[in-house]
Design a protein around this ligand. Sequence first.
Ligand code: PLP
Length: 451
Amino acid sequence: MTKLSNSLGAADIATALHPYTNARRHEEAGPMVMRRGDGVRVEDAQGKTYIEALAGLWSVAVGFSEPRLVEAARRQMEALPYYHSFAHKAHEPAIRLGEKLVEMTPEGLDRVFFTNSGSEANDTVVKMVWYMNNALGRPEKKKFLARTKGYHGITVASGSLTGLPANHRDFDLPVIPVTHLTCPHHYRFGRDGESEADFTARLLAEAEEVIEREGPETIAAFIGEPLMAAGGVMPPPEGYWPGIEALCRKHDILLVSDEVICGFGRLGSPFGCTHYGFTPDIMVTSKQLTSSYMPLAAVIFSEKIYDAIADNSAKIGTFGHGFTGSGHPVATAVGLENLAIIEERDLMGNAARMGARLQEGLRRFAGHELVGEVRGTGLIAGLELVRDKATRESFDPVGKVGTLAFEIAHEEGMVIRNVGDTLALCPPLIVTEADVDEIVARMGRILDRTL
Ligand code: PLP
């Protein structure tokens, strides 16, 4: 491979290490180079178009060609392309977006801290919670509760909260004190003959048993995605979240709702916590916040947490945390415009309506020989492929058939993601009835060709 290759693919193979990619396989297969986006579709360098049925990485709410976001970025680039918010500095887009987030999120979430990514936001949560408990004179209250198969990012702390083997193995994670509770996915983790209600009761009993065994005075926070997305699109069983919320309140444990995927209408409700009926002390948002046109994440939290941190910063002289890009003016300007579009075009309502159509369409595949479970709500769905429908036996090795379906999807002109053998769909919130019907039709062809 020459270093000065004029082929994009060859240059990529020669120089890049890709995230979440088998590097040696990539050297043979090469990249799929994308060059243009239009609504819910993207086009590759060969001119082939695809329905982007994963909205990029679960994130492009308004589609791939929204001129208002381009214009918002351009305006801000011209006025003030960069400024920071360290040491009392501020600028209008970050102030206005902070105000908007406080207004949109449930009662009790009153303060905002910006980061560049969901991972940084969750690292910020860990550090804020530790700082707060040190400030409150309870330095032993530091542990986190999370869930197996949960996804919270890949930095050292957020990667520790994540409960997936690939994010821990050979990275020497977890390194922060975290206990991963059973994944609340009835199809895979329910026992033979166990009803969903009994499953919920068992998970809540397990959580309380862990809290009591470890001591509530040592446990700082519980973190979870309202609907577990990147681990395989797993909605919680009925009653799970109100039960977890009650346990957190009883034992003085902060409840963190990681809404990086669920936030801003993905489930057909404004937020995952509003969808499942609980109120967190801290909410983490990103992705659909800017439709990922710019990197941005926001931690939104209660006044009580703010007060403890503020008092401590006065004592120490500073809150010693923040990124060069925290509240970046171009990213926050794009975020503001993106949220305005979501509201003006009622994209959350569209997600509810189109989501119902998508879920109904996909459930037609429940009888397909390859499909063990069809699951999801709103505009997020997963189809788990199995070797044996009756016993729920997985393919061996897990992921081989899912990867085959993922590749066939490209041939069929659709971008999806396979999480092991679960095929994930998460289209932009702007999808139309015709788009949804096309996604379902292509999924049918993908399944038939994978068989
Ligand atoms: N939290 C959740 C729920 C996510 O789905 C993700 C990314 O998919 C993250 C955190 C990490 O975000 P990022 O990739 O921006 O670091």
